[in-house]
Every structure is written in C-alpha cells, then in structure tokens.
Design a protein around this ligand. Sequence first.
Ligand SMILES: [Fe+2]
Ligand SMILES: [Fe+2]
Length: 184
Amino acid sequence: MKNSDSNEVAQKVKPKSTAADGLRELFIDELKDIIWAERALVKALPKMAKNSSSKNLITAIEDHIGVTETHVERLVKVLEILGESDRGKKCDAMEGLIKEGESILEDTEPGPVRDAGIISASQKIEHYEIASYGTLCAFAKTLGETEVAALLEMTLKEEKEADSKLTESAYNTINFDAAEHDMK
Ligand SMILES: [Fe+2]
Ligand SMILES: [Fe+2]
C-alpha cells in the first residue's frame, strides 16, 4: 500500500512512567479495561433491545443485560480478591464497537435488516469479550490465581453462550427475513 506513512520507519514505543513491568500488573490493567467495557455495555444494550424487532432478538439482548450486570459484579469480586479497586480504565476498543453498533442503527430501517445489523454488531462485541476473558483466564492461571481464574472462566462460558444464541437467531430467521427484503 502506498501512502504517506509507508516511508516512515516503525519506531519502538517509549513506555509511560506507569507502564506495567510484570504480568500481574498487565493482568490488573486488563481487568480494569474489561470492567469499564462491561459497564459501558450495561448502558448500551437497552438501546439495542429497543431498536430490535424480532422477539427472539429482544429476549436475547434483554437476557444479556442481566448477564452483563453479573459480569460487572464478578469483576468487582475478582479485583477485591486481588486487593485492587474496581475503578475501570476506558476501553477504546469497546467504545469503538458500541459506536459502530449505534451507527448501524442510523444506517438501517427498523425491521429484519436492522435486526441483522444489530446481531452483527453484538457478535463483534461478544467476540471481543471472548478474546479478552480467554486471555484473562490464561493470565490468572499463569499467576496461580485459581479462584480468580474460576470466576473468569464462568464469564467466558457465558459470553460463548451469548454468541451462540445470537448465531442461532441470525441463522434461524432473522437473516432470511432480511434477505427477503432484497427480493421484494
Ligand atoms: Fe460480559
Ligand atoms: Fe457479552
């Protein structure tokens, strides 16, 4: 790709004075990131439910609001076990994923097409969470934090279930209904 950046030499990044210098510190940083993300989701999900049309999808999203609240509580507990405060740190990735979801609402008419867009945005979010919790579980085990690892593993399992539910609703009806709109 030719652009103005292509001539720039990649630079080594100079760490900030607060940079993590061990796996434990990195682990805590990432926990603070994901608790911010989960709290942002608790606020964002009702809008997604409100803009969905399919009953299945509304139920799936509404159920996931409760599940997400549990994830926040679990993270508060995890941080407490580790002797850390539960203050979050802004997660740029989740902020971007939520923004993308909101722009899908503006870009679609209510009904099956918007529903398909909401599923697409929600699955990107679930996959981000699955990746995050997968890494956090691995870090917890490496650090010998078995109680914490067990709590994170519960959340990881629930994120995977949420993702499958969304896939099911997409494949069972919603995508077909959305495609029908193309044929009209
Ligand atoms: Fe979650
Ligand atoms: Fe989730």
